[in-house]
Ligand binder design. Sequence first.
Ligand code: PA5
Length: 455
Amino acid sequence: MKTAASLIKIDTTHAQAHLSAETIRQAEQDALAAIQTLHTGSGVGNDFLGWLTLPEEMLERDLCKEVQTVADKLRHECLYIICIGIGGSYLGGKAVMEALGDHFSTHRKPDLGRPQVLFAGNNISSDYLHDLMDLVVDKPFGIVNISKSGTTTEPAIAFRMLSQYLVARDGQEVAKRRIVAITDKKRGALRRLADEQGYDTFVIPDNVGGRFSVLTPVGLLPIALAGFDIEALLQGASDTALLYSSTEHPLETPAVQYAVTRQAAYRERAVSEVLVAFEPRLSAIGQWWMQLFGESEGKEGKGLLPLSLTYTTDLHSMGQWIQQGPHNILETMIVVDTPRDTITIPTDEQNLDGLNYLAGETMHYVNEQAHLGTLLAHEDGGVPVLQLQLPQIDARTIGAFIYTMEYAVAVSGYMMGINPFDQPGVEDYKRNMFALLAKPGFESETKVMRQRLNK
Ligand code: PA5
């Protein structure tokens, strides 16, 4: 079996130079044990390892084609598709769409066959929902409702509002055609509702947690609706999965080198990891990464605080802190070798702005010097800097990146001795909110919480 070389490359030298050889050696030993735990399924959370083999399964079972068929149908009927979901039920899809898309896609006029994909149910703002309903008031729109549990309050409210509006405006039959539900196979209110109403549905596998679900229909349907190549995305992830499962040198893979270096930094002094991209269209990938690492590792009093920034934009707000604040962070830079479009800086006869020294250079060249200058400056400031290198931003590469990060967080989490696949802390706020909203079944908690709040 021939495995493709990794699309994602990693450079650890500017990070490991700040860390002791002994800490790195120990982290490597722990990583090998963590990999063994992961691949033998012998660790905590082992009922949530479906993501390990998911990309290949999605391709083999033709699920990818089924998703594409539903997407094509909706794309030709709607100008707007509203994807409802929160956390793992929207961040991955949004991240890939923004990475592969045009920065100004939401400012362009949608067409039948080229609808705009929007998001709802990721907040409880009445102003947001009002503005969204106002936007689609006289336009054909569809709804993709995504909730693994099928009971999360934010998406449930948004779905009730938007689906009732669609039914009232366009009738039951049209609404039925234009609503898709993605949820658990059997459980939850959304499953009941979808079965009752006869919506098209996709299943979120039991063994794939929310933040690992971007390569299930949860992420794939929104991405296909936005017109991107989900097969290439899965292929990039699948090739990476094959590489990680078959390598004889696990310590050399980008995911494991990443896990080792961030754990070594954490053990020595880092309390936070800042992921930075020099391409604004990777900003939403940063948001997805924050959830993946934050929710997977932040437990039992442990975990690096994940923060995502976009450079050079945020160098003008957070650069000072990173350069000269407390020396307790790790910085991971995402570097893209080749931009999608090349823009060359023109010459100017008068040169009043003094920029002629850059005339004839590409914007990408200037961005690259900004990256290298920042790398050296932050290293001089005592910050260990990791670099993840992508050849370009396309579906295959983003698929490889997603899988690399999922694999890395699993290894890194096991190295810390925590369960990387649960999120007990998220449940706490949901329970408190239900109690404060006096949801039936929460009566005793309602009383206690209102007393605590003097309400
Ligand atoms: O990663 C997770 O599990 C969470 O962020 C969930 O995705 C989020 O809470 C939404 O849950 P659900 O899909 O059940 O509505």
